[in-house]
Design a protein around this ligand. Structure first.
Ligand code: FE2
Ligand code: FE2
Length: 476
């Protein structure tokens, strides 16, 4: 009898759906256990990075970093979800995804969570943790069986691609700040080395190296706390207690033109940096009380709100307006974060988001933008509306079921909001702001840029937040 032909593959086509060569596919140096172990460890670290970034959003004053952390926390959350579902395909529950895979990994994350220096924090995240995660993805892509474990190889590739981009922007920010804070550069190398030796004590993120002796020092005191609920803003945010202009009152007043209203739309969008500041503290405070899917969806919403703020910023830039001259109020996030517990803050958030859905909300803003003749405002409001529809759904999934009915959920949010003291007078009496009416200056500059003279009635607009909330309800 003739022996079977050694190579039975098609002479002109790729074998195995293009995954790998037949030689590679016959190798047996991979197992399901190994795959699950590596995926779980990368999962643990990326979830840690997500938490570290979220915990910095409120207290980080630099606007660009607040936005960067919002973005990257969301990307890490997406990857965490990918990893969780892949592990779920290979194991029966309980999946043990909340277990600490190794004490060395836990200590690494813990050290970073206590680090008060922005440069050190950026370096720890982007030069150490993300860098190590990228390398772990590269090893997974190389080592996993390309045919048997093709789904893991696929996510390793996707993750490597996205993490690489994430690292590039993080390192660019780190390099930028290094130029400003030269005196702190010396401490960076030993700090990075310390973190590397902690990771080495765990055998690396993915346990592909033999574990080494852990360093016997802790860089930061175990009691040091960096997480700050109270929002901070950088020096470009002048007069942040100013609530001397009520943009909603202007927006809903039929006397004013759609074009002029786009200024208030851009203001409202930019002011939305207060939403990530509130959402981040909800996520930190409910860390152990809600399942991962809650954190995932809320992280998406948090990132959307950061995008909305940047759309406002972009809108002002498109009109040649220096937005730093406009007081971007932060008392909503400050008061919510310091006066309410996380469930109450979530209630207020849901109540406001739900109020954006009727005809007077996002549809109205989009109609104003469409009518204004400003194509960028129209584009932004179109996407802003779509995002808000998603957010209302997220609220219905994660907030409403805690109450007997939608109405009860709404009135709880309304009631929590009405309990928040706006402190309009106190802030003025304490000399924190004089609630200057910034509208005439902004409007005049806008008209000058367009070569037209201001309309006297529009110029005369002067309504404040003293008596009214942003939904135009009277304050008690
Ligand atoms: Fe928004
Ligand atoms: Fe929203």
């Amino acid at each position: 009898m003739q022996p079977p032909e050694r190579n039975c593959t098609h002479p002109y086509l790729l074998p195995l759906a293009g995954l790998c060569s037949m030689d590679r596919a016959t190798q047996t140096d991979w197992s399901l256990d190994e795959s699950v172990t590596r995926l779980k460890r990368i999962h643990y670290v990326l979830r840690g990075v997500h938490e570290l970034l979220i915990a910095r959003i409120s207290g980080e004053p630099i606007y660009e970093l607040k936005m960067l952390y919002s973005h990257h926390a969301y990307l890490c959350a997406e990857q965490v979800s990918l990893l969780r579902s892949r592990v779920g395909e290979m194991r029966e529950p309980p999946l043990g995804l909340d277990k600490v895979p190794h004490g060395g990994l836990e200590t690494t994350l813990d050290e970073i969570s206590r680090c008060p220096e922005t440069l050190q924090f950026l370096s720890a995240i982007y030069s150490v943790l993300i860098d190590e995660c990228i390398q772990a993805c590269q090893r997974l892509k190389r080592d996993a069986h390309p045919l048997a474990d093709a789904p893991s190889v696929r996510i390793a590739k996707l993750m490597e691609f996205e993490l690489d981009e994430l690292q590039q922007s993080g390192v660019a920010c780190l390099d930028g700040l290094k130029k400003r804070e030269k005196e702190k550069l010396e401490s960076l190398e030993p700090w990075n080395e310390h973190l590397h030796s902690l990771l080495d004590s765990a055998g690396g993120i993915d346990a592909t190296k033999p574990p080494t002796e852990p360093p016997d020092i802790r860089w930061y005191n175990k009691n040091a706390v960096v997480y700050e609920k109270e929002p901070k803003r950088d020096a470009r945010f002048k007069d942040p207690y100013n609530a001397g202009v009520n943009p909603e009152a202007f927006l809903y007043d039929e006397r004013y033109s759609a074009m002029d209203k786009t200024l208030m739309l851009y203001y409202k969008r930019l002011r939305e940096i207060d939403v990530p500041e509130v959402m981040a503290t909800i996520l930190v405070d409910l860390r152990d009380e809600e399942p991962w899917d809650f954190h995932m969806e809320m992280s998406r919403q948090l990132w959307d709100e950061a995008r909305h703020a940047m759309m406002g910023e972009t809108g002002f830039v498109s009109h040649g307006i220096d937005w730093t001259k406009i007081p971007i109020n932060f008392t909503w996030s400050k008061n919510l974060n310091t006066q309410l517990d996380p469930r109450e803050r979530h209630g207020v958030l849901f109540f406001i988001e739900q109020g954006l859905m009727p005809k007077t909300g996002k549809r109205f803003e989009w109609e104003v933008a469409s009518e204004s003749g400003d194509p960028l405002a129209k584009l932004f409001q179109d996407f802003d509306w779509a995002d808000e529809v998603l957010h209302a759904q997220i609220g219905r999934r994660w907030y409403v079921p805690r109450y007997q009915s939608l109405n009860e959920a709404l009135s709880y949010g309304d009631e929590c909001w009405s309990r928040v003291l706006s402190k309009w007078k106190e802030y003025r009496d304490q000399g924190l702001t004089d609630h200057r009416n910034w509208w005439p200056d902004l409007y005049t500059e806008f008209c000058n840029k367009r070569g037209i003279s201001p309309d006297p009635d529009t110029l005369a607009f002067h309504e404040t937040y003293e008596q009214k909330r942003a939904d135009l309800e009277n304050l008690k």
